[in-house]
Design a protein around this ligand. Structure first.
Ligand code: SAM
Length: 436
């Protein structure tokens, strides 16, 4: 029998948590495989992202209503319970009894002996829900904010230290909302109005974004984007505005030789190739073979002919590359704290500030390596999708203090913050020039 969106949502949550997969990728793959109605797709997406986003709070609720410790629960049963508690707390239009019945049905299919347990826990939760919600209302304390917003205490502590209390609350509130999706029109294959028309025929409505000619915002869609003719023909790629802005700032032009040092899955490499009108040369390097294979798929689909991929470790100097690139893009691996709206599981991926500092050591190494590859007079663009200073300005400022041949160029550093810059994720960009 065909699985319901709720059942698939529990499966997706389990994959994200247990296999450490990214939720946006898992969600897209699931939707791509199904032929759900718009309503069913919305419900599936809401349950997956919402449950992941509120995981700590939901586990707290579950811990209160269950005698069995949450850590000792069988995984699948635990995720059925968490997804159901999420729905009971957040989906006003679905009565609690319907959510409980559905949870029991799913459990009977997968873990028949646990169905009584699931039924008992969820009925118990339904009785205590209002009291628990009142108790969890946020106060000023770190403990209460951590539970209410489902963030490890150390992240909130770091954010308050950097942004202040009220700006941090703004960020935490903004991160609860689902972000819009953006596409980049492949000007090598079509014009934005042709893309808009083609998508419309497939039931997908988009509108142009003002400041970047290739950017389009998804308004409504009857069909999954990757099933549209325009996608299959390579007319667009899904990409965040911050990523587009990074390439826009680097300003690749036809004929240049550019090294993208951490390139996969390739959104920025391919945008650069488009801006370069498929001329010059892009070397797209990455440590991950799997992610480079995704990049190769996009290269083929989008008709890119000036880009070569290479398995490459950006922390190790390749002597044949020294002084040989006009521009180097270092879109560094980072903690991704600016992407929490798109991948809520990121909140729980790092255990403490020490892990960010460790990551920043790798980023510093990569930036030192990048500086060897760029020609005199050339440009390095360093970017991350994170929002704390350790992996951003600290990395760049330490580099600039040590390397007198390099300086911030033009717009210098950009700090994108979703509470200030509408439609952007948390993103950091630094444009660095090597003197002639
Ligand atoms: C932020 S992602 C890059 C996204 C990519 N620039 C894009 O726009 O699609 C960071 C990438 O760094 C890669 N990476 C991690 N460690 C690396 C290393 N030592 N050398 C090269 N790439 C590395 C990861 O595999 C990941 O693909």
């Amino acid at each position: 029998m065909k699985k319901t969106p709720r059942e698939k949502a529990v499966e997706a949550i389990q994959i994200v948590v247990e296999k450490k997969s990214f939720s946006n990728i898992v969600v897209n793959e699931f939707i791509h495989q199904e032929n759900w109605s718009k309503e069913d797709t919305k419900l599936f997406v809401n349950i997956v992202y919402g449950t992941l986003d509120q995981m700590m709070k939901l586990e707290g609720c579950l811990g209160v209503v269950s005698k069995r410790p949450v850590k000792k629960m069988q995984f699948q049963v635990k995720y059925i319970l968490l997804a159901s508690i999420y729905q009971m707390l957040n989906l006003d239009r679905i009565p609690d009894f319907a959510i409980v019945n559905e949870a029991v049905k799913i459990t009977k299919k997968t873990n028949p002996s646990a169905s009584g347990f699931v039924n008992g826990i969820l009925r118990n939760f339904a009785r205590q829900k209002d009291d628990l919600t009142k108790k969890m209302a946020p106060s000023q304390s770190l403990e209460s904010l951590s539970l209410h917003y489902s963030y490890p205490k150390w992240i909130i502590h770091e954010m308050i230290a950097y942004y202040g209390h009220s700006a941090t609350l703004n960020i935490l509130e903004t991160n609860k909302r689902r972000p819009d999706l953006f596409l980049r029109c492949n000007l090598l294959k079509c014009k934005p109005n042709e893309l808009i028309h083609s998508l419309e025929i497939d039931g997908i409505i988009v509108e142009q974004v003002q400041w970047i000619p290739e950017a389009l915002k998804l308004i409504e869609s009857e069909r999954h984007l990757t099933k549209s003719n325009a996608y299959l023909n390579g007319w667009f790629q899904i990409q965040s505005l911050g990523s587009m802005m990074a390439v826009d700032m680097l300003d690749p032009v036809p004929g240049e030789k550019i090294f993208d040092m951490a390139a996969a899955p390739g959104g920025k490499s391919i945008f650069m190739a488009e801006r370069m009108k498929n001329t010059g040369f892009i070397l797209a390097g990455d440590l991950s073979v799997k992610r480079l294979n995704q990049l190769k798929g996009h290269i083929n689909r989008m008709g890119i002919s000036n880009t070569t991929t290479k398995v490459h470790d950006a922390t190790i100097v390749e002597h044949s590359f020294i002084n040989s690139f006009d521009k180097v893009l270092l879109d560094a691996p980072c903690s991704s704290l600016g992407m929490i709206r798109r991948k809520p599981e990121i909140k729980y991926a790092h255990k403490n500030k020490g892990q960010l500092i460790k990551m920043s050591e790798v980023q510093k190494e990569m930036l030192r390596t990048a500086s060897k590859y760029v020609k005199p007079g050339g440009t390095i663009l360093y970017s991350t999708c994170t929002m704390l200073p350790y992996e951003n300005e600290d990395v760049v400022m330490e580099f600039l203090e040590k390397e007198s041949e390099f300086m911030l160029d033009g717009e210098g550093m950009k700090f994108l913050n979703p509470t200030i810059h509408e439609n952007f994720d948390g993103f950091y960009i630094a444009k660095i020039r090597r003197v002639e």
